[in-house]
Design a binder for this molecule. Structure first.
Ligand SMILES: Nc1ncnc2c1ncn2[C@@H]1O[C@H](COP(=O)(O)OP(=O)(O)OP(=O)(O)O)[C@@H](O)[C@H]1O
Length: 314
C-alpha cells in the first residue's frame, strides 16, 4: 500500500505541490492527471525519493521514505519521462548493467533478464543497439529496466508520449500485464490515455488536488448535472456576459463557431435544475435567438476541463 500524506513541495517561492494526500492499494493502477506544470513529475520524483518534499510523509508498504530511503527505493521501479537509456549499448548489455546497478545477485541476472525481456516482448531485439530501435521499442526497454528486480511499485511518467497509436496500444497492454504483479502509478496529461487502464484517477491542477475517483465515477458525477449544448445568434462576448448573469448556471464553455454569427456553448446548471425554459426565454428577451438546444454528451476530457477550470473560478 502507498500512503501519500499531506505532501507539499516548494521551489523557492513557487508552491509546486499543495497538501496532496492519496492512498493507493496493492495491485491498483492509479493515474496522475494534469496539464503541463500541474505537479505530476514533482510528485512522482518525491515518491521515488529522487527529490525531497518540503512537508509531508510517504509510506510504501508501511515504510517511511525518509526514515529508510534505501529500502523504499528497492521497492520502486521508475520509468522517467525521458528513459535513462544508453544508446550505444545493446538491449542485453543495458539490462545487465541495470541489474548490477540494482544489486541483483550475479547468478540470478540471466534468468531475471530473460523473464523481463519476455514480459515486454523484446527478446528478438536483445542484440540490437538501443539507438537503432523504434521509439516504441525504446520504451519497452525502459519498461524492462523499471521492472528488473520485481519492484512492488512501478512509476511511469507519461509512458506513451511521442508514440504512434499502434505503439500506444501495445505499451498500454504491457502495462496492464505488468500490473498483475505490482502496483502502478502512471502520469498523463491526456485523460483518455489513462482512463482505460486506471482504476483510479487523481486530477492535479497547479499543484492542487482537484479530485480522485474512478473514471466511471467521474462520468457519474457529471451526469448529476444538467448539461446543454446551445447555438445562439449574436455577439459572442455579449451572449457570454448575459449568460453569466443568469442564476442557476454553474459553468459555461465555448464549444466553437459552426455557423455564421453564432456561438456554440456548453451550459452546465446545478443538479436537478432544468434550466431550458428559463434559458430560452432569457436569451430571446435579450435579443439572442437560440438556433439549437440539445443535451450534451459528456466526455472524460470535458470532466477534466470542467473540474480544473471551475477550481480556478473560470
Ligand atoms: N527544479 C525546479 N525548479 C523550479 N521549479 C520547478 C522545478 N521543477 C518543476 N518546477 C515547477 O513546478 C511545477 C510542477 O512541475 P512538474 O514538472 O512537476 O509538472 P508536470 O505536471 O509533471 O508537468 P509536465 O507534464 O510538463 O512535466 C511547474 O510550475 C514547474 O515549472
Amino acid at each position: 500500500m502507498i500512503e501519500i500524506k499531506n505532501i507539499s513541495k516548494r521551489y523557492g517561492n513557487h508552491l509546486a505541490l499543495d497538501d496532496i494526500s492519496l492512498t493507493i492499494n496493492d495491485g491498483e493502477i492509479t493515474g496522475f492527471l494534469g496539464t503541463n506544470g500541474a505537479g505530476k513529475s514533482t510528485l512522482m520524483n518525491i515518491i521515488t525519493g529522487y527529490i525531497s518534499m518540503t512537508e509531508g510523509t510517504i509510506l510504501i508498504d508501511g515504510i517511511d521514505s525518509l526514515e529508510d530511503p534505501e529500502k523504499v527505493k528497492k521497492k520502486i521501479g521508475y520509468l522517467p519521462e525521458l528513459p535513462p537509456l544508453y544508446m550505444d549499448m545493446t538491449v542485453a548489455e543495458y539490462l545487465k548493467f541495470v541489474c548490477k546497478l540494482k544489486h541483483i545477485p550475479v547468478k540470478q541476472i540471466p534468468l531475471e533478464m530473460e523473464k523481463k525481456m519476455a514480459q515486454v516482448k523484446i527478446e528478438h531485439v536483445r542484440n540490437r543497439l538501443i539507438k537503432n530501435l523504434s521509439k516504441g521499442y525504446k520504451q519497452r526497454v525502459g519498461l524492462a529496466q523499471a521492472i528488473l528486480g520485481n519492484p512492488s511499485l512501478l512509476i511511469l511518467d507519461e509512458p506513451t508520449v511521442g508514440l504512434d497509436p499502434r505503439e500506444i496500444i501495445e505499451v498500454r497492454k504491457l502495462i496492464q500485464e505488468i500490473s498483475k504483479n505490482c502496483t502502478i502509478i502512471i502520469s498523463s496529461h491526456i485523460l483518455s490515455e489513462i482512463s482505460t487502464i486506471c482504476s483510479k484517477v487523481m486530477i492535479l491542477d497547479k499543484g492542487r488536488h482537484i479530485v480522485t475517483a474512478a473514471p466511471n465515477e467521474l462520468i457519474e458525477k457529471m451526469n448529476n448535472t444538467t448539461q446543454l449544448h446551445i447555438r445562439v445568434k449574436g455577439d459572442e462576448d455579449a451572449i457570454q456576459k448575459a449568460l453569466h448573469k443568469l442564476e442557476g448556471i454553474t459553468h459555461i464553455k465555448k464549444l466553437g463557431n459552426y455557423e455564421e454569427h453564432t456561438v456554440d456553448l456548453l451550459i452546465v446548471s446545478e443538479h436537478g435544475i432544468d434550466i431550458r425554459e428559463v434559458l430560452s426565454v432569457y436569451l430571446v428577451t435579450n435579443h439572442f435567438p437560440i438556433i439549437m438546444m440539445k443535451n450534451y454528451d459528456v466526455s472524460l476530457e470535458d470532466i477534466f476541463l470542467q473540474l480544473t477550470s471551475s477550481e480556478r473560478g473560470e
